[in-house]
Write a protein that binds this ligand. Structure first.
Ligand code: 7PJ
Length: 272
């Protein structure tokens, strides 16, 4: 038997940035155009899921109003739906945005709060689409101030297992639950590396595992490089995650990751 545990259904989730570009004054249409072009580029590169969000979750990012979030995401979801039936995930923590997005054609919810806000557990159950429950210690505003665990792997596993139970109790179907250790969300470099190394443990929770490490600070900290020079580091951790059993890899650079993961998939298909 092989010691590797490569997912038979390894998928790439492409991150679409809908945040207005502070260097251009083209306003809403300009950023919609750019995000749509980004989406088309990812579709051409073979993306499996597009992750569309209208709220920045970077540390110390400003809050975005419901209206603004709807304006950034819904027209884009509709525009993508007109040209492609690629699955679209809505990255939001507002239940109104989740509802509107699914009505517009999204078929997955990405919740960095693991459905802990508003009535999002109930709304996710009603919408009956796959939902990603992500671990975060603290809040986006303060989570990187002083991440603290006695046993990061055990605590993140325990949190995710409790959120799975809460989702099931609210009526979310088990087959719709996806889990994510939340790289960079209230974690030091060491915490992130421990979680990556322990990824096979997370499969024991019985749900597909999603990971997002693309261009993140953990790569920057090791390479001492800014976000735009983290492609090779990002590809390396994408390959590691895939070989450690991740099912969905969330990335910015879809074409490059598709090549890297094609190599992993080929290895996964060799009879052992
Ligand atoms: C993640 C996310 C992640 C999930 C972001 C960034 C920060 N959603 N949204 N997992 N990260 N599920 O992309 O750098 O790791 S925003």
């Amino acid at each position: 038997m092989s010691r590797l545990n490569i997912s038979a259904n390894l998928q790439i989730m492409g991150v679409i940035n809908t945040t207005p570009d502070s260097f251009s004054d083209g306003g809403q249409f300009d950023s919609l155009d750019k995000a749509f072009a980004q989406a088309q580029h990812m579709i051409a590169a073979g993306v499996d899921i597009l992750d569309i969000g209208g709220e920045s979750t970077r540390p110390s990012a400003e809050e975005v109003s419901e209206e603004e979030e709807l304006q950034r995401t819904i027209p884009l979801i509709r525009a993508v739906r007109e040209v492609s039936d690629v699955p679209i995930s809505i990255d939001s923590n507002k239940s109104s945005v989740m509802r509107a997005a699914v009505r517009a054609g999204a078929s997955m919810i990405n919740s960095i709060w693991a459905l802990r806000l508003e009535d999002s557990l109930q709304v996710a159950a009603q919408l009956d689409v796959p939902v990603c429950l992500m671990h975060m210690q603290g809040t986006p505003a303060t989570m990187q101030d002083n991440p603290d665990y006695e046993d990061v792997v055990g605590e993140v596993m325990e949190f995710l297992s409790q959120r799975i139970e809460a989702a099931l109790a609210a009526g979310v179907a088990r087959h719709n639950i996806i889990i994510d250790p939340g790289f960079g969300f209230g974690k030091t470099l060491q915490h992130n590396l421990q979680l990556l190394k322990s990824l096979p443990e997370f499969r024991k929770l019985g749900a597909p595992v999603l990971v997002g490490m693309s261009r993140k600070g953990m790569i920057g900290a090791i390479l001492d490089k800014p976000a735009h020079q983290r492609l090779y580091g990002s590809l390396s951790v994408a390959v590691m995650a895939a070989m450690l059993g991740a099912d969905i890899i969330r990335v910015h650079d879809v074409a490059e990751t598709a090549d890297a993961l094609a190599m992993v998939r080929a290895l996964g298909q060799v009879a052992s």
